[in-house]
Design a binder for this molecule. Structure first.
Ligand code: S3P
Length: 157
């Protein structure tokens, strides 16, 4: 089995679905944000705060380029698709699955979360704006699965 790249907006369920899918298919699961945090020895929010988003995007690209592993599910940060080279890399090295969630569901799922640097003020506006900007890029994926109002098991099925 080749590499499966799971993409989608914050709160779409990429990490949860990726882990469950990994168990079902007996595949390894790696997460780009976790790898960046390990490599930098700090949290994503600290990287944003101390080094800025541009630096984070460079780490993200560098980490992704190391991840064309066979039989592996790669769960990604919501903004991985902003960088054209990342979209090309995923397309050329595996199957790209977009987990799509309605803005309302994203807002509910991220309501209590203070760890996402891009969602710190005026959440509703931020989510709508970013989702609209990114949607065409997410839709370049090989498959789209709507995750709104569905159980993890159903999404994985
Ligand atoms: C980001 C999403 C986050 C993380 C970073 C930037 C984004 O990951 O990579 O805060 O630009 O959408 P999750 O999608 O796992 O929250």
């Amino acid at each position: 089995m080749e590499t499966l790249f799971i993409i989608g907006f914050m709160g779409a369920g990429k990490t949860t679905v990726g882990r469950e899918l990994g168990q079902r298919l007996s595949m390894n699961v790696v997460d780009t944000d976790e790898m960046i945090e390990k490599a930098c020895k700090k949290s994503i929010s600290s990287i944003f705060k101390e080094e800025g988003e541009a630096a984070f995007r460079q780490y993200e690209q560098r980490v992704l380029q190391t991840l064309a592993w066979p039989s592996t599910i790669v769960t990604t940060g919501g903004g991985i698709i902003i960088t054209e080279a990342n979209r090309k890399f995923m397309k050329n090295n595996g199957i790209v699955i977009f987990l799509h969630s309605d803005p309302q569901v994203v807002l509910e799922r991220t309501a209590e979360d203070t760890t996402r640097p891009l969602l710190n003020e005026d959440r509703e506006r931020q989510v709508t704006l970013l989702l609209n900007q990114r949607l065409p890029l997410y839709l370049e994926a090989d498959y789209t699965v709507n995750t709104s109002f569905k159980s993890v098991d159903t999404i994985v099925d």
